[in-house]
Design a protein around this ligand. Sequence first.
Ligand SMILES: C[S@@+](CC[C@H](N)C(=O)[O-])C[C@H]1O[C@@H](n2cnc3c(N)ncnc32)[C@H](O)[C@@H]1O
Ligand code: SF4
Length: 453
Amino acid sequence: MCTLISKYNVAGPRYTSYPTVPYWDQESFSLKAWKETLRKSFHESNAKEGISLYIHLPFCESICTFCGCNKRITKNHDVEMPYLKSVIKEFIMYYELFDEKPKIKQLHLGGGTPTFFSSENLRLLLSGIFTIALKTKNCELSFEGHPNNTTKEHLTTLAKQGFNRVCYGVQDYNATVQKAINRVQPYENVLRATKEARTEGYDSVGHDIIYGLPFQTQNDVINTINKTITLRPDRIAFYSYAHVPWMKGNGQRGFKDGDLPTADQKSLQYQIGKKMLLKAGYVEIGMDHFTLKTDSLSIAQQNGSIHRNFMGYNSSKTQVMIGLGVSAISDSWYSFSQNIKSLEAYQSLVNDNILPVFKGHILTQEDLIIRKHILNLMCAFETSWVDNASFFPELPDVLLKLKELENDGLIEITSKKLTVTEKGRPFVRNVCLPFDMRLQRNKPKTQLFSMTI
Ligand SMILES: C[S@@+](CC[C@H](N)C(=O)[O-])C[C@H]1O[C@@H](n2cnc3c(N)ncnc32)[C@H](O)[C@@H]1O
Ligand code: SF4
């Protein structure tokens, strides 16, 4: 395994989208084209399947030095209300593009820290959203909760609004690791927040844990997983630490590169963690997720409805996902757009009645075909090209480039399909790389992505 790791540990995207954000073609994108493609997609799909809504709530009271999310650190809670007003106003601007009410199939509050906001303000936000949108019958509403500040009141208020899924950031329980990442978070806080979510009737409680953090040892991963499985969360995201210190404003500091585990140590941490999770009755879902067999993601993996987008893995797909808030990304299937990353600019554009989109991409026919292959690989670890619609002229070259991975037993290729083997699962990002024609045609000159292992 160690030789495979040194061979395949290269910089590569996590493929939450194809094309990946650095490869979006700005030239062919305009706000007008974004609105047109979104309107078309909305009318094709809203009545049939509904839409997804992602709301980015960027504030956190203190910075965790490993964090790669777009956030704003402040202890001043006066920022809450003006921000929420902008979010509702942005949603109204989208609503005015359509001639029927959006039907929400999935709604996710992400961050930053949604539980930075008071439960009353979150209630006001949601009532603002649901005065102009409907919910589908089996609507999934979820949020990211920080175990240190998710109160019983947050859980009750959101449950009353129909929230049925919460995901807590845990990361690691070791005191040295927690100090290095500036996130002191005792087990008791996670225990309380998990128990309270269960009492409030949440169907799915998730924990995020990370391997490859500064000073983290194999024993720390074992201890963290042991504590995690005692609480039996329905979903466990077991993320590989993405070290991207070159990304502006993401706060990855407070430790040196030399304080991080090596690629081999990191891979061993993943392998031992995975073994423990499987032994504890969890099933592996796509890349870096584990769930109990009863969880809707596991059921979706079995019936083939699992989907992946900027919100992560979902139990069903909607063609349209609207992202509201600073830096949020939207997806109409035919196009992507991203909101401006500066909080002040976001609020000022929305106040002036301008959609705060600052970049995007309109997918070509080739992008749409490749997007599907990459989604298949990330969600189901296999893809096929039996029908003409899945074929693109460079496919034979892509398969040739993948020969090496086949020889190493990481994938199997037949005349009709490619399957990632059990041994190849940790390398799924490497399997996607040759499909990524935009990257293959224009290799990055500086490092844009985290390492694949
Ligand atoms: C927005 S945070 C979760 C909510 C809340 N802010 C908290 O920290 O509890 C989303 C999750 O992304 C993951 N994450 C953030 N930065 C990461 C990185 N550099 N590498 C891997 N995972 C990361 C963490 O597991 C974190 O819990
Ligand atoms: S991990 Fe969560 S709380 Fe910490 S800085 Fe990132 S978003 Fe904020």
